[in-house]
Design a protein around this ligand. Sequence first.
Ligand code: ZN
Length: 339
Amino acid sequence: MFRTAIAGSLPKPDWLAETHKLWPQWKAQGDALTQAKVDATLLWVKLQEDAGLEVIGDGEQARQHFVHGFLEQVEGIDFENKVKMGIRNNRYDAMVPQVVAPLRLKGRVHALEAQVTRAHTQKKVKFTLPGPMTIVDTVADRFYGDKVKMAMAFAELLNQEALALQADGVDIVQFDEPAFNVYMEEAADWGVRALERAAQGLTCTTAVHICYGYGIQANIDWKNSLGHEWRQYEKVFPALAKSSIDQVSLECFHSHVPPDLMKLLEGKDVMVGVIDVASDEIETPEQVADTIGMALQFVPKKHLIACTNCGLAPMDRAVAEAKLRALAEGARLAARRYG
Ligand SMILES: [Zn+2]
């Protein structure tokens, strides 16, 4: 049997927030919003279980965006005065908050949704946090004046929340680092160091998700500019193989990543992306099993986890549900074929 998991995010129901958006507006406020976030989390716990996934997440229903959800609980950040900044090496502009003072956590960030998820499934729970390097690439610095110093400051805060999530009963803490595929040299140098600082002292499983981004037009255009072979992972995988992080996620299906790069992750669990998040076409179980079969040439069976290429947040809800089922069915078919 192959383990199955999703990268992290899932679409928000239309009664919770605007749909098909990366930075959606909430549909409620105050206690009603809190209740709606809990309800949406429960909904996706059930749907992931019904699909037959092995590892269950909160679907990131309680955060507006995978980076800003964390930042909202950080002192030293000015959210009132956002500025326009080119992010991911100017791939697209975003309105980002500014770091204006020493960083400190106001309190717990994700206690509610982590505890709700834990209380409603017997399966392993994975919880995602943004990685330090990706956070640094999604805020404007008006205080630290040094990227690495600021990344380490964020890593300390992430570590506090990660340890608390572990205490909540989370089995896997995953850090999302799409920036690793943009700033490859820096990622291999201080990016992995900051990641290890964020994971320091965790005894649960640790993971990092590195992708080519959500299936939005700016990312599709960027991918089209990367040429026939995407070798970005080649720079950072050796550093990750030497690191303390247990699991590494990568894009595979419908990507131009040379699959033999997976060999660079020897000894790690590899979350192989078998579901495309940039297309509404539903994968067949045969396609999923084929991708798993191909990955088995480079990753031993016990280390292979079938996963989505990235989060499904901006997708249509029905499409996302069908993709979860395809993922689980494909993994079952692969178990029969290669078991
Ligand atoms: Zn991703």
